[in-house]
Design a protein around this ligand. Structure first.
Ligand code: NAD
Length: 260
């Protein structure tokens, strides 16, 4: 049996991050949750997950756009969980707008949260993983880390960068038992996607129903959303010993989107 592992999952108060945290806690991995939201809701999620699974589940509200707060998150995880074996760089935001009118403050924030936070959290946890000879860096990139769509210039740029970071970190960890991979989901129906339906409707001048049918799922050949449980199961596999030789990859879980 593998030793008990510990994980930080960023952006895990909602959506995919929460799905990954659930999968980890259910598998006996102690988890540090992170993200924004109503304090009482977050505490209910944390306590519920801990009591359902018997795993230790903690929460730290670091703003992942702020390097000093990322350092505080790592310190809290080390203090509360003992060490950090697995990091899941998942926190992310989206803005959909043509590049010529793309809000510059949103560009800066997307780069900070979707891209730079993955670099910082890896930078701050990697030495200890290498020293112990075991570690997992799992980056939630996107199908948009492999291909592009119009009106998502900052997001596509950040996600392609995360795929590049994953390859570099994989090479640096390769002889130390530390793997690094990017998961590239297609469309998963989470609050992030729900929010961009009206924005996309506006940018393209079409109805919201048409956005779901003709934009979001048009390129996803299964014509079904990926589920957070499916992404959680993939992350859990990448965190396992069975995945020790999978490193430096960008793994699509996208209903066939990037096959064509
Ligand atoms: P979501 O909006 O449901 O969740 C995002 C999480 O990030 C929340 O917990 C939120 O509180 C947190 N967060 C946002 N800003 C933060 C900050 N500054 N500091 C800390 N936490 C912050 O979104 P989601 O769909 O679950 O997205 C999660 C990740 O998956 C993102 O990186 C996203 O790009 C990626 N992704 C999503 C889809 C999809 O279709 N939903 C597809 C591919 C990739």
């Amino acid at each position: 049996m593998s030793p008990r592992r510990t994980a930080i999952v960023t952006g895990s108060t909602s959506g995919i991050g929460l799905g990954i945290a659930r999968a980890f806690a259910a598998a006996g991995i102690d988890v540090m949750l992170n993200g924004f939201g109503d304090a009482a809701d977050i505490e209910a999620t944390r306590a519920g997950l801990a009591s359902e699974t018997g795993s230790t589940v903690l929460f730290h509200g670091a703003d992942m756009s702020k390097p000093d707060q990322i350092a505080a998150l790592v310190a809290a995880a080390e203090a509360g969980l003992g060490q950090v074996d697995i990091i899941v760089n998942n926190a992310g935001i989206q803005t959909v707008a043509p590049i010529e009118s793309f809000p510059v403050d949103r560009y800066d924030l997307i780069m900070a949260i979707n891209m730079s936070s993955a670099w910082h959290l890896t930078r701050l946890t990697f030495a200890a993983m290498k020293a112990r000879g075991w570690g997992r860096v799992i980056n939630v990139a996107s199908a948009h880390g492999l291909v592009a769509s119009p009106f998502k210039s900052a997001y596509v740029m950040a996600k392609h960068a995360v795929v590049g970071l994953s390859k570099t970190v994989a090479l640096e960890g390769a002889e130390h038992g530390v793997t690094c991979n990017a998961i590239c989901p297609g469309y998963v129906l989470t609050p992030l996607v729900e929010k961009q339906i009206p924005e996309t409707a506006l940018a393209r001048g079409i109805s919201e129903a048409a956005v779901v049918r003709d934009v979001l799922l048009a390129g996803q050949p299964t014509r079904q959303f990926v589920t957070v449980e499916q992404v959680g199961a993939l992350a859990l596999f990448l965190a396992s010993d069975a995945a020790a030789q999978i490193t430096g990859t960008a793994l699509p879980i996208d209903g066939g989107w990037t096959a064509h």
